[in-house]
Design a protein around this ligand. Structure first.
Ligand SMILES: C[S@@+](CC[C@H](N)C(=O)[O-])C[C@H]1O[C@@H](n2cnc3c(N)ncnc32)[C@H](O)[C@@H]1O
Length: 262
Protein backbone atom coordinates (compact mmCIF):
# COMPACT_ATOMS: atom_id res chain seq x y z
CA UNK A 1 0.00 0.00 0.00
CA UNK A 2 2.81 2.37 0.97
CA UNK A 3 4.67 1.49 -2.25
CA UNK A 4 1.55 2.34 -4.25
CA UNK A 5 1.25 5.72 -2.56
CA UNK A 6 5.00 6.42 -3.11
CA UNK A 7 4.54 5.56 -6.79
CA UNK A 8 1.56 7.94 -6.94
CA UNK A 9 3.56 10.71 -5.25
CA UNK A 10 6.41 10.11 -7.70
CA UNK A 11 4.08 10.41 -10.70
CA UNK A 12 2.61 13.64 -9.28
CA UNK A 13 6.02 15.35 -9.22
CA UNK A 14 6.21 18.22 -11.72
CA UNK A 15 9.67 17.15 -12.92
CA UNK A 16 8.33 13.66 -13.73
CA UNK A 17 5.37 15.16 -15.59
CA UNK A 18 7.76 17.50 -17.44
CA UNK A 19 10.06 14.75 -18.72
CA UNK A 20 7.14 12.30 -19.16
CA UNK A 21 5.38 14.75 -21.48
CA UNK A 22 8.62 15.48 -23.39
CA UNK A 23 9.10 11.74 -23.86
CA UNK A 24 5.51 11.18 -25.08
CA UNK A 25 5.83 14.22 -27.36
CA UNK A 26 9.04 12.78 -28.89
CA UNK A 27 7.29 9.44 -29.49
CA UNK A 28 4.31 11.23 -31.14
CA UNK A 29 6.68 13.39 -33.17
CA UNK A 30 8.75 10.52 -34.57
CA UNK A 31 5.97 7.97 -35.01
CA UNK A 32 3.15 10.23 -36.22
CA UNK A 33 3.90 13.88 -36.95
CA UNK A 34 7.16 13.57 -38.93
CA UNK A 35 5.92 10.62 -41.10
CA UNK A 36 2.69 12.54 -41.91
CA UNK A 37 4.69 15.72 -42.67
CA UNK A 38 7.08 13.81 -44.95
CA UNK A 39 4.21 12.11 -46.81
CA UNK A 40 2.72 15.55 -47.65
CA UNK A 41 5.87 17.63 -48.19
CA UNK A 42 8.24 14.94 -49.41
CA UNK A 43 10.98 16.39 -47.23
CA UNK A 44 11.97 16.46 -43.56
CA UNK A 45 10.84 19.48 -41.51
CA UNK A 46 13.61 21.87 -40.39
CA UNK A 47 15.13 21.47 -36.93
CA UNK A 48 13.35 24.65 -35.76
CA UNK A 49 9.99 23.21 -36.81
CA UNK A 50 10.79 19.87 -35.15
CA UNK A 51 11.76 21.56 -31.86
CA UNK A 52 8.73 23.87 -31.95
CA UNK A 53 6.32 20.95 -32.53
CA UNK A 54 8.07 18.89 -29.83
CA UNK A 55 7.68 21.76 -27.34
CA UNK A 56 4.05 22.55 -28.16
CA UNK A 57 2.99 18.88 -28.06
CA UNK A 58 4.84 18.38 -24.75
CA UNK A 59 3.21 21.53 -23.32
CA UNK A 60 -0.25 20.23 -24.33
CA UNK A 61 0.40 16.79 -22.81
CA UNK A 62 1.76 18.50 -19.66
CA UNK A 63 -1.46 20.49 -19.18
CA UNK A 64 -3.41 17.24 -19.66
CA UNK A 65 -1.24 15.66 -16.89
CA UNK A 66 -2.15 18.57 -14.58
CA UNK A 67 1.02 20.68 -14.89
CA UNK A 68 0.33 24.36 -14.19
CA UNK A 69 -0.01 26.42 -17.38
CA UNK A 70 3.21 28.39 -16.73
CA UNK A 71 5.18 25.19 -17.35
CA UNK A 72 4.17 25.50 -21.05
CA UNK A 73 6.89 28.14 -21.63
CA UNK A 74 9.52 25.82 -20.13
CA UNK A 75 8.23 22.87 -22.20
CA UNK A 76 8.48 24.87 -25.43
CA UNK A 77 11.94 26.26 -24.62
CA UNK A 78 13.38 22.91 -23.46
CA UNK A 79 14.07 21.23 -26.87
CA UNK A 80 15.77 24.42 -28.17
CA UNK A 81 17.77 24.84 -24.95
CA UNK A 82 18.88 21.17 -24.92
CA UNK A 83 20.02 21.29 -28.55
CA UNK A 84 21.78 24.66 -28.56
CA UNK A 85 23.40 24.27 -25.15
CA UNK A 86 24.90 20.93 -26.31
CA UNK A 87 26.61 22.89 -29.12
CA UNK A 88 28.02 25.62 -26.89
CA UNK A 89 31.67 25.22 -26.01
CA UNK A 90 31.14 25.33 -22.28
CA UNK A 91 33.51 23.17 -20.20
CA UNK A 92 31.90 20.15 -18.56
CA UNK A 93 32.68 21.32 -15.03
CA UNK A 94 30.46 24.42 -15.52
CA UNK A 95 27.44 22.17 -16.21
CA UNK A 96 28.40 20.07 -13.21
CA UNK A 97 28.64 23.20 -11.05
CA UNK A 98 25.26 24.48 -12.27
CA UNK A 99 23.75 21.08 -11.62
CA UNK A 100 25.23 20.97 -8.09
CA UNK A 101 23.91 24.49 -7.37
CA UNK A 102 20.43 23.54 -8.59
CA UNK A 103 20.46 20.44 -6.40
CA UNK A 104 21.48 22.49 -3.35
CA UNK A 105 18.67 25.01 -3.99
CA UNK A 106 15.94 22.64 -5.22
CA UNK A 107 16.89 19.91 -2.71
CA UNK A 108 13.28 18.92 -2.00
CA UNK A 109 11.93 19.10 -5.54
CA UNK A 110 12.82 15.71 -6.97
CA UNK A 111 12.17 13.65 -3.84
CA UNK A 112 9.18 15.41 -2.28
CA UNK A 113 7.84 17.48 -5.18
CA UNK A 114 8.35 20.73 -3.23
CA UNK A 115 10.35 23.35 -5.13
CA UNK A 116 11.46 26.81 -3.97
CA UNK A 117 9.23 29.77 -4.69
CA UNK A 118 8.54 32.57 -2.29
CA UNK A 119 5.51 34.12 -0.56
CA UNK A 120 5.01 37.74 -1.58
CA UNK A 121 4.71 40.79 0.67
CA UNK A 122 0.88 40.85 0.42
CA UNK A 123 0.88 37.34 1.89
CA UNK A 124 3.31 38.38 4.65
CA UNK A 125 0.94 41.19 5.67
CA UNK A 126 -2.07 38.84 5.63
CA UNK A 127 -0.17 36.37 7.84
CA UNK A 128 0.71 39.15 10.28
CA UNK A 129 -3.02 39.91 10.56
CA UNK A 130 -3.83 36.24 11.14
CA UNK A 131 -1.46 35.86 14.09
CA UNK A 132 -3.61 35.96 17.22
CA UNK A 133 -3.20 39.13 19.33
CA UNK A 134 -1.67 37.28 22.25
CA UNK A 135 1.78 37.60 23.82
CA UNK A 136 4.15 34.66 23.15
CA UNK A 137 2.39 33.17 20.11
CA UNK A 138 4.59 30.55 18.40
CA UNK A 139 4.57 30.48 14.59
CA UNK A 140 6.42 28.10 12.26
CA UNK A 141 6.98 28.39 8.51
CA UNK A 142 7.34 24.80 7.26
CA UNK A 143 9.91 25.01 4.50
CA UNK A 144 10.87 28.60 5.18
CA UNK A 145 12.81 29.19 1.94
CA UNK A 146 15.21 32.13 2.34
CA UNK A 147 13.48 33.32 5.51
CA UNK A 148 11.60 36.38 4.17
CA UNK A 149 8.25 35.41 5.75
CA UNK A 150 9.82 34.76 9.15
CA UNK A 151 11.82 38.02 9.18
CA UNK A 152 8.78 40.09 8.20
CA UNK A 153 6.64 38.53 10.93
CA UNK A 154 9.38 38.84 13.53
CA UNK A 155 9.76 42.57 12.74
CA UNK A 156 6.02 43.21 12.76
CA UNK A 157 5.18 41.06 15.77
CA UNK A 158 7.97 41.49 18.32
CA UNK A 159 5.73 39.78 20.89
CA UNK A 160 5.65 36.49 18.90
CA UNK A 161 8.27 33.71 18.47
CA UNK A 162 8.83 32.95 14.80
CA UNK A 163 10.59 29.85 13.46
CA UNK A 164 11.53 29.14 9.86
CA UNK A 165 12.51 25.52 9.11
CA UNK A 166 14.26 24.78 5.84
CA UNK A 167 16.21 21.72 4.70
CA UNK A 168 17.55 22.76 1.28
CA UNK A 169 21.22 23.66 1.95
CA UNK A 170 21.54 26.97 0.05
CA UNK A 171 18.18 28.55 1.10
CA UNK A 172 18.84 27.37 4.68
CA UNK A 173 22.29 29.01 4.64
CA UNK A 174 20.87 32.26 3.20
CA UNK A 175 18.11 32.39 5.80
CA UNK A 176 20.59 31.81 8.63
CA UNK A 177 22.83 34.63 7.37
CA UNK A 178 19.82 36.96 7.09
CA UNK A 179 18.82 36.04 10.63
CA UNK A 180 22.31 36.80 11.99
CA UNK A 181 22.42 40.13 10.15
CA UNK A 182 18.88 41.08 11.26
CA UNK A 183 19.84 41.09 14.93
CA UNK A 184 16.28 40.01 15.79
CA UNK A 185 15.92 37.90 18.91
CA UNK A 186 12.33 36.64 18.40
CA UNK A 187 13.11 34.69 15.24
CA UNK A 188 15.06 31.50 14.54
CA UNK A 189 16.09 30.00 11.20
CA UNK A 190 16.62 26.29 11.64
CA UNK A 191 18.20 24.03 9.06
CA UNK A 192 16.08 20.91 9.54
CA UNK A 193 13.46 18.57 8.07
CA UNK A 194 10.00 19.75 9.14
CA UNK A 195 8.58 16.23 9.03
CA UNK A 196 10.65 15.53 12.16
CA UNK A 197 9.31 18.56 14.05
CA UNK A 198 6.46 18.09 16.54
CA UNK A 199 3.86 20.75 15.71
CA UNK A 200 2.28 20.66 19.17
CA UNK A 201 4.46 23.62 20.21
CA UNK A 202 2.95 26.03 17.65
CA UNK A 203 -0.29 28.00 17.67
CA UNK A 204 0.07 28.91 14.00
CA UNK A 205 1.64 26.68 11.33
CA UNK A 206 2.19 28.06 7.83
CA UNK A 207 3.04 26.05 4.71
CA UNK A 208 3.56 27.06 1.09
CA UNK A 209 4.58 23.76 -0.44
CA UNK A 210 2.90 21.93 -3.36
CA UNK A 211 -0.10 19.60 -3.84
CA UNK A 212 2.14 16.54 -3.28
CA UNK A 213 2.61 16.58 0.54
CA UNK A 214 -0.74 18.14 1.53
CA UNK A 215 -2.60 15.00 2.66
CA UNK A 216 0.37 13.68 4.62
CA UNK A 217 0.92 17.10 6.17
CA UNK A 218 -2.73 17.45 7.17
CA UNK A 219 -2.55 14.09 8.97
CA UNK A 220 0.48 15.42 10.89
CA UNK A 221 -1.35 18.67 11.70
CA UNK A 222 -4.37 16.77 13.02
CA UNK A 223 -2.25 14.37 15.04
CA UNK A 224 0.00 16.99 16.65
CA UNK A 225 -1.50 20.49 16.74
CA UNK A 226 -3.46 21.47 19.84
CA UNK A 227 -7.12 22.58 19.96
CA UNK A 228 -7.48 26.28 19.14
CA UNK A 229 -4.43 26.30 16.84
CA UNK A 230 -4.43 27.33 13.19
CA UNK A 231 -2.92 25.70 10.08
CA UNK A 232 -2.56 27.96 7.04
CA UNK A 233 -1.73 26.60 3.60
CA UNK A 234 -0.80 29.05 0.87
CA UNK A 235 -2.37 28.06 -2.47
CA UNK A 236 -2.66 24.31 -1.91
CA UNK A 237 -5.71 22.82 -0.23
CA UNK A 238 -6.08 19.40 1.32
CA UNK A 239 -7.87 17.05 -1.04
CA UNK A 240 -11.22 15.96 0.38
CA UNK A 241 -11.10 18.33 3.40
CA UNK A 242 -13.10 21.55 3.44
CA UNK A 243 -11.05 24.49 4.76
CA UNK A 244 -12.72 26.48 7.56
CA UNK A 245 -12.01 29.65 5.62
CA UNK A 246 -10.34 30.61 2.36
CA UNK A 247 -8.90 34.13 2.11
CA UNK A 248 -8.30 35.48 -1.38
CA UNK A 249 -5.61 38.15 -1.34
CA UNK A 250 -5.50 41.23 -3.50
CA UNK A 251 -2.21 40.46 -5.26
CA UNK A 252 -1.52 39.69 -8.92
CA UNK A 253 -1.74 35.94 -8.52
CA UNK A 254 -4.88 36.15 -6.35
CA UNK A 255 -3.18 34.08 -3.65
CA UNK A 256 -5.53 31.89 -1.66
CA UNK A 257 -4.80 31.16 1.99
CA UNK A 258 -6.59 27.99 3.14
CA UNK A 259 -7.29 28.16 6.86
CA UNK A 260 -7.82 24.98 8.90
CA UNK A 261 -8.70 25.49 12.55
CA UNK A 262 -8.02 22.72 15.03
C1 LIG B 1 7.50 26.93 -1.96
S1 LIG B 1 8.87 27.16 -0.89
C2 LIG B 1 8.17 28.25 0.32
C3 LIG B 1 9.19 29.16 0.95
C4 LIG B 1 8.66 30.04 2.08
N1 LIG B 1 7.83 29.28 3.02
C5 LIG B 1 7.84 31.19 1.56
O1 LIG B 1 6.63 31.10 1.69
O2 LIG B 1 8.43 32.14 1.02
C6 LIG B 1 8.88 25.56 -0.06
C7 LIG B 1 10.16 25.32 0.68
O3 LIG B 1 9.99 24.15 1.48
C8 LIG B 1 11.25 23.51 1.58
N2 LIG B 1 11.04 22.13 2.06
C9 LIG B 1 10.43 21.13 1.39
N3 LIG B 1 10.40 20.01 2.13
C10 LIG B 1 10.99 20.32 3.31
C11 LIG B 1 11.25 19.59 4.50
N4 LIG B 1 10.87 18.31 4.62
N5 LIG B 1 11.85 20.22 5.53
C12 LIG B 1 12.23 21.52 5.41
N6 LIG B 1 12.02 22.27 4.31
C13 LIG B 1 11.41 21.68 3.27
C14 LIG B 1 11.79 23.63 0.17
O4 LIG B 1 13.19 23.42 0.13
C15 LIG B 1 11.37 25.05 -0.21
O5 LIG B 1 12.37 25.97 0.10
Amino acid sequence: MEQLSSARSFLKMPVVKLFGSQFLAAVTLFLVIIPVYVSFEDTMPSLTVIFAIQGVVAATIGVFFGLAKWWAGIQIALPFAAFYSANLEIPGFVWLLLFALSVLVYWNSARDGIPLYLSNSTTWSALAQLLPEKEGIRFIDLGGGVGGTALFLARNRPDAHILSMESAPIPAMISRLRWKWSGLSNVEMRSADFWKENLAAYQVVYAFLSPVPMNRLYEKVKAEMKPGSLFISNSFDVEGIQADEVLELNDNRKTKLHLYRN
